[in-house]
Design a protein around this ligand. Structure first.
Ligand code: 2AM
Length: 485
């Protein structure tokens, strides 16, 4: 009997190829296809050489014929138009109950739209986040699938077998939720990744510019940090980078131009946080920090015109390095707290039933933000699935308390020295705002009522009753009734 594939994968760039090899290692027969068909033969003769259960297809028809039913077809193509185009190419060949999976970095509204569109045609759809880069795809990524719930049993075994595993053996893959939930959680993951990277960069900048530490010294510091609470992939690679030299000497990191690129997932997280009204300030600052870094030419001009303080650090460097570690940890807790606040709001808005402990577990291994810390977040949500905010969990509250004095010293020092620490500072401002029973929004509401008769609620009256004051004696006592916040 002709060999048939358990699943097909379209898109033979490195991520696609590596996912195929990973699935094949776990005993699945995979059909490989690509828009540029020559890449199929290149793959079969190259990375897939000698693997009898990786089957090449040279047309959509051939690929369909090589699949067991119900057919499962995974797209690993460029996000956007390419996904819609492939869906249309596949549709005439599919039967009710077949499944299309999009494993690219699609924007979640597209995934919501596609899930609904295909459900109307009796075709199942999954949009899944896949994180971990090329290495992850090959040996164990974090996989965050969402879409049509009926589709999950069809690929659960495949996905969970190829995913990364935690030290306890749990797969870093579980069902996230309906329609766009998987891609939403992946987007939030990427936003948090932006935040984590920015925090590490601020710690580096403070140690370098503020304390005058060398790359070799910072390599040691990050290696040390990686042994404790901050243990994570990003701290680990930072230590590596700071120790990495060209063959003829000289540190690579010192030669890298200081302008950041971005592909847009951090920006999407920021935009969505505005839309949902959730103060995800740290990711926002991380995106803006990349934008500011990209203004290299302007900064070069400004650096010759604008001045800063002449202050030098004169204290105990070793003690300040420990303070910076604590500032990083506390800021990171705020960032994750904000990320989970965002997902909670999104779950309400888009009608998803998200499992927050499950999400922390999916991020625990395989992906770029993998860390020991996510194990603690998982524990917090296991203890209390309805936890209002991570900061209110006993463990995290304790860490915040022990880090707080150091965190304030670090932000104060950065301000004194003129070293920009937007993420450290915004995290601290959020913490102080979140723990404030009273904020100055009383004055803000008064201003709004003063110039626009937007009305205000009163501290001594039930919520929902609105008042207007005739502040100037000429504005009248009629409020602006059509205004909604
Ligand atoms: P290609 O090899 O034919 O360029 C990553 O770019 C993957 O997405 C590649 O497999 C690439 O196919 C595919 N891809 C990019 N744009 C595409 C499009 N518009 N239609 C189909 N596949 C596309």
């Amino acid at each position: 009997m002709e060999q048939k594939g358990d699943i097909a994968l379209i898109g033979l760039a490195v991520m696609g190829q590596n996912l195929i090899l990973n699935m094949n290692d776990h005993g699945y027969a995979v059909v490989a296809f690509n828009r540029t068909v020559s890449k199929v033969d290149d793959f079969l003769a190259g990375a897939a050489r000698g693997r009898a259960t990786i089957l090449g297809a040279h047309s959509v028809e051939e690929m369909i014929g090589l699949l067991k039913k119900p057919r499962k077809i995974m797209l690993m193509v460029k996000a956007g138009k390419a996904v819609d185009e492939f869906i249309e190419l596949l549709l005439p060949h599919l039967e009710q109950g077949d499944l299309i999976i999009d494993g690219g970095n699609s924007h979640f509204p597209d995934t919501i739209r596609r899930t609904k569109y295909l459900a109307g045609k009796g075709i199942l759809y999954i949009g899944t986040g896949v994180s971990g880069g090329e290495e992850g795809a090959r040996h164990g990524p974090s996989i965050m699938p969402g879409g049509n719930p009926q589709a999950w049993p069809l690929v659960k075994d495949i996905f969970q077998s190829i995913a990364a595993r935690t030290a306890d053996g749990d797969p870093c893959c579980d069902w996230v939720g309906e329609d766009g939930a998987g891609h939403y959680v992946k987007m939030t993951h990427n936003g948090i990744e932006y935040g984590d990277m920015q925090l590490i960069c601020e710690a580096y900048q403070l140690m370098r510019e503020g304390l005058g530490l060398s790359n070799a010294e910072m390599h040691e510091v990050f290696s040390e940090w990686n042994k404790g609470e901050l243990n994570s992939y990003l701290i680990e690679i930072t230590a590596d980078i700071l120790g990495f030299k060209y063959e003829n000497g000289g540190y690579v990191v010192d030669k890298v131009l200081d302008t950041a690129g971005q592909k847009g997932t951090g920006k999407w997280t920021g935009i969505n946080s505005f839309e949902l009204g959730v103060p995800v300030t740290l990711i926002g600052e991380a995106v803006y920090a990349r934008c500011l870094s990209a203004l290299k030419d302007e900064r070069v001009v400004a650096s010759k015109i604008l001045t800063g303080p002449a202050t030098r650090f004169k204290g105990d460097k070793q003690a300040m390095v420990e303070d910076i570690r604590r500032a990083l940890l506390a800021s990171k807790i705020v960032s994750y707290a904000q990320g989970f606040m965002l997902m909670r709001e999104a779950a309400g808005e888009y009608k998803w039933n998200l499992n927050y402990g499950g999400i922390a577990l999916m991020w625990r291994g395989g992906c770029i933000i993998r860390s020991a810390f996510l194990g603690k977040i998982k524990q917090a949500f296991d203890k209390n699935p309805a936890l209002l905010n991570l900061l209110l969990d006993d463990y995290f509250k304790g860490v915040m308390e022990s880090c707080q004095p150091a965190w304030r010293r670090v932000v104060a020092l950065a301000v004194e020295l003129g070293v920009p620490v937007p993420a450290f500072a915004t995290a601290l401002a959020f913490y102080d705002g979140y723990r404030s029973e009273r904020l100055p929004a009383n004055l803000l509401q008064a201003q709004r009522d003063y110039f626009g008769a937007h009305t205000y609620e009163r501290v001594d009256r039930p919520r929902g009753q609105f008042f207007h004051t005739n502040w100037t004696g000429t504005g009248g006592s009629v409020s602006a009734s059509t205004y909604t916040v």
